[in-house]
Design a protein around this ligand. Structure first.
Ligand SMILES: C[S@@+](CC[C@H](N)C(=O)[O-])C[C@H]1O[C@@H](n2cnc3c(N)ncnc32)[C@H](O)[C@@H]1O
Length: 247
């Protein structure tokens, strides 16, 4: 497991060199970011203290950093953080591996975003517990995570269907190297090293840990991701007493 974890660290550092092809050109990626922004904008103000966990090259940080009091991007990959730093001015950065303990004090954040950065953790439920203790009471946790094991042929087919042949071909070549790296990701899903969760599985985990589901929907290409907004319930409200409404 330790060797595999080290190998994953190398993988994400290599991915950093190609990741912005995704953030710049892949329509499903930036549509997802817009959807996330619409979901969280009401929670952003000059008093908010936000953690973007697994911030990658800073796509979300760039959108929200001007609206919040303090924002921290955390990622295990030095190369991802280096690129994120070039995009954003106000954010602080932490390089750390969440497979160890999260390096934050209890009740530090009003909002934590975890966008496509939960599935690769060795123990996602433990990370969700760490997010819970790092959040202030009534703080929000936003997670976007695959609902099912991703399949590259399905994704490529959907790309051509959504974008048409000409744009689809342009995107296919632009995103070719990202696609090759994603082959590794899909293999890890097949081997169940990476984790997808159904709506029921993820809500059960969140409620067990002490969150109430506030909103839940799907996002990303083929609606392959679940997008959840969960609230850290105050100690007097039992978790799981209310299911979130769909929107
Ligand atoms: C698919 S990218 C998502 C990046 C960003 N959230 C976005 O949506 O563009 C996954 C990110 O999680 C980071 N990551 C993977 N394992 C991690 C870990 N154990 N601790 C912290 N970050 C991790 C990777 O380095 C990578 O930047």
């Amino acid at each position: 497991m330790i060797i595999k974890n080290k190998f994953h660290n190398i993988f994400w550092n290599i991915y950093a060199f190609f990741y912005d092809n995704l953030t710049l050109y892949y329509p499903a990626y930036y549509r997802q970011l817009n959807q996330i922004y619409s979901l969280i904008k009401n929670y952003l103000n000059k008093d908010s203290i936000v953690l973007d966990f697994g911030c990658g090259t800073g796509g979300l940080l760039k959108i929200i950093e001007k609206e919040v009091g303090c924002i921290i991007g955390m990622d295990r990959s030095f190369a991802m953080i280096k690129r994120a730093k070039r995009k954003v001015n106000k954010s602080l950065f932490v390089i750390a591996d969440a497979n160890n303990l999260l390096p934050f004090k209890k009740e530090s954040f009003s909002l934590i975003t975890v966008i496509n950065s939960l599935y690769m953790l060795i123990n996602p439920e433990k990370a969700i517990q760490d997010f819970h203790s790092s959040l202030k009471s009534n703080g929000r946790l936003i997670i976007s995570n695959p609902l099912w094991k991703p399949s590259l042929p399905k994704i490529v087919k959907a790309l051509f269907k959504e974008e048409g042949i000409i744009r689809g071909l342009k995107l296919f070549f632009r995103l070719f190297l990202v696609g090759i790296l994603n082959l590794f990701i899909t293999e890890e899903f097949k081997k169940e090293v990476f984790h997808s969760y159904s709506e029921e599985e993820l809500t059960n985990i969140l409620e067990r840990v002490g969150f109430r589901i506030e909103k839940i929907t799907t996002t990303y290409i083929l609606n392959s991701n679940i997008l959840v907004c969960a609230v850290k319930v105050s100690p007097f409200t039992p978790g799981g007493c209310k299911r979130g409404k769909k929107f």
